[in-house]
Write a new protein. Structure first.
Length: 360
């Protein structure tokens, strides 16, 4: 097997040496070069033709954002951002620009604590390399074909839905699960709702602790829904979106006739956190047929168990198609269960939700 070639772009000599050591501790990974800024990074990438780039965002001469724009528009090289928690908003900007994933590092660039990211970094590099290149960009098979008429319509339906929202008797909650590629996909969905609808939305996006509050605040700026990081005891309310906190699982219980969010620690068997399976199974037991489950882009199979439970309780299941998925892992596994009701590109997800809710 040929070695996976990686270029490390970071202005800190300590970080470059440590990241190189961590990566080369994995069989078949070779760091073929490094760069101290974006300008140097371009030259290294062109000459060395790596399979993957790790990228710091704050660098002299040319920062990581500029380099990332160039890489995503001119090359098809996967990029993993390595950034400190203090730069959470910058990480989400990088993901919107095309970075595939990110790894959280200690705030101090010269701290021995940087070694603590070894497992996360190694796992994500291996996942990226093992996935199909440009997963899902070609040869798409959709359950429904998007017509030219559909394309001309608003993502959230025709113009008649803009002025008046009728009360739905069909759905009370939309539960969404996502991983790699999820942050920009979620932002696209929530900003596509042209108004606040009378159903709740809950989200489990695979993300470490400390990032989801900033992520929720970012989503809240562009959505008519009220978006926040879920806290234990929050009520699940129409027109509100709750984002599962990083590193925890989001579940629900009925208290005094109202559905309440419960934040729990993951179990030893939860491979992915926040767990999409845990959230969907908890939702399904309460909302049953008045629920829509959505599985978006991401690596792994989280959500495949949950959609079975949703289906068993009479809920409706949507999966993102291969065409628009950054990584067609989670949606593919959901579709393989045979219980998915709609397989559509990201641009049609909102419309499918509103059709199911009889708002269109």
């Amino acid at each position: 097997m040929s070695k996976i070639r990686v270029v490390v772009v970071d202005d800190s000599a300590f970080s470059r040496r440590t990241i190189t050591k961590m990566l080369e501790g994995v069989r078949n990974i070779e760091v073929v070069g490094y760069a101290t800024n974006g300008e140097e990074g371009i030259h290294r990438i062109i000459s060395l033709k790596p399979d993957l780039v790790t990228l710091d965002l704050e660098m002299p001469k040319m920062d990581g954002f500029t380099l990332l724009r160039i890489l995503t528009t001119r090359f098809s090289i996967p990029v993993i951002v390595i950034s400190a928690l203090s730069g959470a908003d910058k990480v989400f900007k990088a993901l919107e620009l095309g970075a595939l994933d990110f790894v959280l590092k200690p705030s101090s660039g010269a701290s021995p604590d940087l070694l603590n990211i070894a497992d996360d970094l190694q796992n994500k590099v291996l996942q990226v390399i093992n996935m199909k290149p440009k997963a899902g960009r070609h040869g798409v098979h959709l359950e429904e074909t998007e017509t030219e008429s559909d394309k001309r319509k608003s993502l959230s339906g025709d113009t008649t839905s803009k002025t008046k929202v009728k009360e739905s008797t069909v759905i009370d909650i939309v539960a969404i699960g996502s991983s790699t590629g999820g942050p920009p996909a979620l932002q696209s969905i929530f900003s596509s709702f042209e108004q606040k609808y009378p159903f709740a939305v809950v989200v489990s996006q695979h993300m470490p602790a400390g990032f989801t509050k900033a992520f929720a605040e970012r989503l809240n700026r562009t959505s008519p829904f009220d978006v926040k990081e879920a806290e234990d005891g929050d009520l699940v309310l129409p027109g509100h979106i709750l984002i599962a906190p990083g590193g925890k699982n989001l579940t629900f219980e009925v208290c005094g006739g109202q559905v309440t969010a419960r934040i729990i620690s993951p179990s030893d068997t939860d491979r992915y956190v926040p767990s999409v399976d845990v959230m969907l199974e908890s939702c399904a037991g309460i909302y049953r047929k008045r629920m829509v489950a959505v599985v978006l882009t991401g690596m792994g199979n989280d959500g495949s168990k949950g959609v079975r439970t949703v289906n068993q309780h009479g809920g409706f299941v949507i999966a993102e198609s291969e065409e628009s998925s950054v990584v067609y892992g989670m949606p593919r596994e959901a579709v393989a269960t045979g219980v998915v009701d709609r397989v559509v590109p990201l641009s049609r997800v909102v419309r499918e939700i509103l059709i199911k809710g009889e708002y269109l």
